[in-house]
Design a protein around this ligand. Structure first.
Ligand SMILES: NC(=O)c1ccc[n+]([C@@H]2O[C@H](COP(=O)([O-])OP(=O)(O)OC[C@H]3O[C@@H](n4cnc5c(N)ncnc54)[C@H](O)[C@@H]3O)[C@@H](O)[C@H]2O)c1
Ligand SMILES: [Zn+2]
Length: 349
């Protein structure tokens, strides 16, 4: 972000000078690497903590984080640890972080090869979405973030889904001025969940907004974070939509409509990580179910779909049907799955 907006760092300093009566910049802005790598090495949050310590910040101070979801997760995590939580203000700079993670209460880094293993639940003090940041995003990052918008539409808002379908072509290509209402609606729905679900800190085992995420988190880690979170979420959605259809929860035409929307937005609904094998010779992605259960504790709770705008919780997943669903996605994509092949499809689709 600092590279794409070269005037940003000096502008922060100029702003603070100009408002010296009400804000004191305790330390010069610290530029950290962007992207998932910043969550994969604990040296990064330690560097932020050292800066907080050196600047003598206290619990009335603020750490302001500007960046994509990865930077916000890492900096908010560090801020949450210092003095048992220095206030964090977030300025999300990607579609994904403006539509979803920026307004969340979770702060984390990855450890032991597991996504978000180390983290805290601390709400940000404030979140500021400025759409001008989005102008410098690559097409890849712009599209990736839309996966979370599709996800929340599928769970909560049929009208949003219809609007996504109507504008998919524009979103994928001629996007300027098109994204804002979608990002706003998605942020509202995520915020409504945090404020109104009765369990913002996930004391229960359910994570109703994490549709598609048991697979997404595993695929991301399996790909060594080659895939963006949003790209992995699109794959996870495709798996769970196909699974929901095969289980008879979701009508086949509805499932096809959802997969078609993801493709129209520019997502690839196939990646070789879906058929990567583990040491036992079974699909490694399915280990994501056990990891998801371990992360949440208690019974497995995953969200499935009955219709667009109508998600519901299940407490078990049938590995065989998941494998069949992945096989179906492989055939749909015309993928060559000779190495690490999913079992042949024996049942009618
Ligand atoms: N805490 C939560 O509740 C929550 C929810 C969803 C996702 N997440 C996390 O968010 C992360 C993904 O975030 P993301 O999709 O924003 O990707 P990202 O943070 O990895 O950023 C993607 C790339 O875009 C660059 N970038 C960011 N803003 C830019 C801008 N304005 N112009 C040009 N380049 C820019 C970054 O440097 C990086 O290279 C994942 O780690 C995911 O787990 C957290
Ligand atoms: Zn997500």
């Amino acid at each position: 972000v600092a590279r794409a907006h070269s005037g940003l760092v000096p502008a922060i300093e100029t702003y603070c000078d100009a408002h010296a009566g009400s804000v004191a910049l305790a330390a010069p802005p610290l530029v950290v690497p962007g992207g998932e790598g910043v969550k994969n090495d604990i040296a990064h949050p330690l560097q932020v903590l050292a800066r907080i310590n050196d600047a003598g910040l206290d619990r009335q101070s603020f750490v302001i984080a500007i960046g994509g979801g990865a930077v916000l997760d890492m900096v908010s995590f560090a801020a949450a640890l210092a003095h048992r939580s220095v206030r964090a203000v977030r300025l999300p700079t990607t579609v994904l972080s403006q539509a979803d993670s920026g307004i969340g209460v979770k702060n984390s880094i990855n450890m032991f090869g597991k996504k978000n293993f180390l983290g805290t639940f601390v709400p940000p003090f404030a979140v500021i979405n400025d759409s001008r940041f989005l102008e410098t995003l690559t097409r890849r990052d712009r599209i990736a973030g839309m996966a979370e918008v599709v996800k929340v539409a599928l769970l909560r808002d049929r009208g949003l889904f219809n609007a996504l379908e109507a504008h998919a072509g524009q979103i994928a290509s001629d996007w300027q001025g098109v994204l804002e209402p979608f990002i706003r609606r998605s942020a509202e729905l995520h915020l409504a969940h945090i404020c109104g679900s009765g369990d913002p800190f996930e004391h229960g085992s359910a994570r109703p907004l994490d549709f598609g995420h048991w697979a997404a988190h595993k695929i991301e880690a399996l790909s060594d974070y080659r895939l963006r979170h949003g790209e992995a979420v699109a794959l996870g959605l495709a798996v769970d939509v196909t699974y929901s259809a095969r289980m008879g929860h979701l009508g086949r035409p509805v499932a096809d409509r959802i997969l078609a929307l993801l493709e129209a937005l520019g997502f690839e609904l196939w990646d070789p990580m879906l058929v990567q094998l583990n040491a036992r010779g079974t699909l490694a992605v399915i280990d994501g179910l056990a990891e998801f259960r371990e992360h949440l504790g208690g019974e497995l709770h995953i969200t499935m779909l009955r219709d667009i705008g109508d998600g519901f919780e299940v407490t078990e997943a049938d590995d065989t049907v998941v494998t069949e669903a992945i096989g179906e996605l492989a055939r749909r994509a015309g993928a060559d799955v000779a190495h690490g092949s999913p079992p042949a499809d024996s049942s009618p689709s």
